[in-house]
Design a protein around this ligand. Structure first.
Ligand code: FES
Length: 157
């Protein structure tokens, strides 16, 4: 990261700390503000939050990993969540996952280089009788085959 970017991020976080107060209680609101503005909380941002709130960086990191709405890595414009729970697993989730990974050239847990898609596994989406199931952002797709999943993802902008 460039020095200028670091400084502007520091300034931005300082303003958030000013708004929410320089105490431990400000940790969550400050992290939410950073997540909202940048879609993730970088390692540098985590260090700055820890420094400005006078808490240990490990504590900041553990809060981010605990809450699924906070991310420590940049994410894609679209989040694809394939159900990994037992019913979907038994009816072909694995071959669907492999086909998706092959098509996009990234593994689950990763984001495509063009930032178009982040792949994640999810737990039961409540569509067990119509699995394998996946969510693309907030839309559910069911009865997936490898071909159907690839076709759906190729239409995602
Ligand atoms: S197990 Fe996949 S939707 Fe329930």
């Amino acid at each position: 990261m460039l020095v200028a970017e670091k400084n502007s991020l520091t300034e931005e976080i300082e303003k958030m700390v000013e708004k929410h107060g320089a105490t431990r209680a400000a940790l969550m609101p400050v992290l939410q503000d950073i997540q909202r503005n940048h879609k993730y909380v970088s390692e540098f941002a985590q260090q700055e939050v820890a420094r400005l709130l006078n808490i240990h960086p490990v504590e900041v990191y553990s809060v981010i990993t605990f809450y699924s709405f906070l991310n420590s890595e940049p994410r894609g414009r679209n989040i694809v969540r394939l159900c990994q729970t037992i019913t979907c697993d038994l009816i072909g989730k694995e071959i669907v996952a492999k086909a998706i990974e092959r098509e996009l050239g990234v593994k689950f847990g990763e984001t495509t280089k063009d930032n178009r898609i982040t792949l994640e596994f999810a737990n039961c989406l409540g569509m067990c009788d119509q699995g394998p199931a996946m969510l693309v952002n907030d839309k559910v797709y069911t009865k997936l085959t490898p071909e159907k999943a690839v076709e759906i993802l190729n239409k995602v902008k």
